[in-house]
Design a binder for this molecule. Sequence first.
Ligand code: PAF
Length: 278
Amino acid sequence: MKTVARKLRRDGRSIGFVPTMGALHEGHLSLIRRAQQMADTVIVSIFVNPIQFGPSEDFEVYPRDLARDAELIANKGVDYLFAPNIDEMYPEDFVTYVATEGLDKRLCGSSRPGHFRGVTTIVNKLFNVIAPDYAFFGQKDAQQTIIIRRMVRDLCMDTEVVVCPTVRESDGLALSSRNQYLSPEERQAARVLSRSLQLCRQLYQEGERQVSKLITAIRELIEKEPLARIDYVAIADVDSLEFLVELDEEDPALVALAVFVGTTRLIDNLILKPETES
Ligand code: PAF
């Protein structure tokens, strides 16, 4: 892939890169469409990255169907698929990691130690192989996008990070490869994540600026759902990820949550902006 990417660059073709772990869904396809609009050539990677999973997480059972994914992206006109194997990415004596210190311990990082170090390490390696002009990530993984942007800035990488909106089911559930784990009852219960964010947005639009009140409203709604168990609910600065106490009229704020529905941990988020909320 390195040789292909090098030749593309020599030929003056810009590269749009969509890193994924496979089990592709409409969220990934929206990233691919955006990449096709912005770049001459689109490369998608599929690699279930072992080092971003904790020991008791779902690495072994994470949904994998490379043949189906490859066919899907070929039909969508993706130019290249990069699907390395684990030994290629992590030789036995691999010892080098990339970490965004501090940021990687906050929010999801406190429940998933080592997760973001795994993400930044693999994204760095993939960027080194492909050297993309643009790389595309979904807003659903808000903390991941903030961390990758910071890594790109801190390490002077020559890639523009493009964040695309979360794609949702018609009832609001954010698309995720992990939604496949949900039973029909859990799938219904999972609506509580986006419903609680909508409630937060409504309270914000009505003028509520106290973080504790917004968080309480979110928590109370989720706690009414018997199949849901809150991992965390937080409102944080969109750059530093530090917790906020009161929202001001100038700066956007990230409302982020992680909730177990049954045994499946789902995440979702919302950016509150003073004038135009998204
Ligand atoms: O968002 C994901 O699917 C993964 O975290 C990524 C960016 C492909 C790195 O493994």
